[in-house]
Design a protein around this ligand. Structure first.
Ligand code: NAD
Ligand code: MG
Length: 387
């Protein structure tokens, strides 16, 4: 029996994870559920899944969570705050952790799971972008197994489960749907709205990653993520736009073989891989009818219209604190775009400006990375306030 902590339980990945867990009562149970600020949604999940612990990050929600659990007659213990979450993740309340908090806010709990040697189903890509070396080292030292949940990285993981295969690996081919604005020119992107940006053609996801998919920053973050997970440099990672979103990524070996993983665009497949590996368990996702889909297309990304992808490759090459700065500036820019304070094209402009203003330093410690993250947030925030 796996005891699972679902962090970001009320979100898109969290909901999919709980769906897979509920299909396997004999082998999976949700023992810890954690969310940011939506107490009502968390209470509904507690009624359904009856975890031993529930955590609301926002301390203002504690009393409502405690009273709601009591009124529902549940023995779930209420908690609030980041320190409580990190302690629970590291405790024997769980042996498996689904890291699905959005943004750099997910780093402390993800690190806690890595250090404590848990099976870590890692969806929170921002923590790898911000602190990839520290996180992978912590997982190694703590004896944690990381199973990437990002569909592309989960695909690569399935093609490369044996670390010995890395010796013959030539390159990684990361696929991208191209997002809702694929094919548009830079000029045509000027007036796009948050509603248009979050309407993804293939995947149903939270608002932040949906905007990242529209700017192609999501693919840029994934390039950095792939570097840390699979130990390949940026020049051995190629991005292919694949509008059907059926080939989730590919690996090419030195003997000319290319392996791919295919499936319908539904995150429950990757989550089932994470829970079951090396066994296969059902996920609720049906198989792929290739005859019904008919064709698979591939095209190069348009770095002119979508400069975020280029900025991410550059930040990876520069290294040090540059990826942390890229990520933090992007989080601030996306949040301002969703609040209609800046336009769509201001997102890459702000990220580029912040990278130029904050020269990279070595990513020597968590403190150095936190400092770079905070400086980038301040710089980007001030630029938005001035605009
Ligand atoms: P979402 O916005 O739907 O959900 C985010 C969750 O995080 C919510 O439960 C929210 O309550 C919680 N949260 C936010 N801030 C928090 C905080 N400070 N402390 C604790 N909890 C907090 O987002 P999502 O689409 O589920 O994405 C989650 C993560 O998974 C992101 O890093 C994203 O990049 C990654 N991811 C998502 C998908 C997808 O299909 N949705 C695919 C690949 C990777
Ligand atoms: Mg992805």
């Amino acid at each position: 029996m796996r005891d699972v902590a679902v962090l970001g339980a009320t979100g898109s990945i969290g909901t999919s994870a709980l769906d897979v867990i509920a299909r396997h009562p004999e082998r999976l149970r949700a023992t810890v559920l954690a969310a940011g600020s939506n107490v009502d949604a968390l209470l509904r999940l507690c009624q359904q899944h009856r975890p031993a612990h529930a955590v609301i990050a926002d301390a203002a929600g504690f009393a409502a969570l405690r009273d709601g659990l009591r009124d529902a007659g549940l023995d779930t213990q209420p908690h609030s705050g980041d320190a409580a979450l990190d302690a629970l993740v590291a405790s024997d309340a769980c042996d498996t952790v689904v890291a699905a908090i959005v943004g750099a806010a997910g780093l402390p709990s993800t690190l806690a799971a890595a250090r404590a040697g848990k099976r870590l189903l890692l969806a929170n890509k921002e923590s790898l972008v911000l602190a990839g070396e520290l996180l992978t080292r912590a997982a190694h030292d703590g004896g944690a197994t990381i199973v990437p949940i990002d569909s592309e990285h989960n695909a690569i993981f399935q093609c490369l489960p044996d670390t010995n295969a890395h010796a013959g690996l030539r390159r990684i081919l990361l696929t991208a749907s191209g997002g809702p604005f694929r094919g548009r020119s830079r000029a045509e992107l000027k007036q796009v709205t948050p509603e248009q940006a979050v309407a993804h053609p293939k995947w149903s996801m939270g608002p932040k990653i949906s905007v990242d998919s529209a700017t192609l920053m999501n693919k840029g973050l994934e390039v950095i993520e792939a570097h840390h997970l699979f130990g390949v440099d940026g020049d051995r990672i190629q991005v292919l736009v694949h509008p059907q979103s059926l080939v989730h990524s590919l690996v090419e070996f030195i003997d000319g073989s290319t392996l791919a993983q295919l499936g319908l665009p539904d995150m429950r497949t990757a989550l089932a891989v994470g829970f079951g590996w090396p066994e296969r368990i059902s996920s609720g996702v049906s198989g792929l009818d290739l005859l019904a889909h008919g064709r698979l297309d591939f095209e190069p990304p348009d770095l002119d219209a979508f400069p975020c992808l280029r900025l991410a490759f550059e930040a990876l090459t520069v290294g040090g604190t540059a990826p942390a700065v890229l990520n933090a500036a992007n989080e601030i820019a996306v949040s301002a775009f969703l609040q209609r304070r800046i336009g769509f094209l201001a997102i890459p402009a702000l990220v580029e400006d912040t990278l130029a203003a904050l020269p990279p330093t070595p990513a020597a410690s968590l403190a150095a990375l936190h400092d770079a993250d905070a400086q980038a947030r301040r710089h980007a925030g001030q630029a938005i306030a001035r605009a």
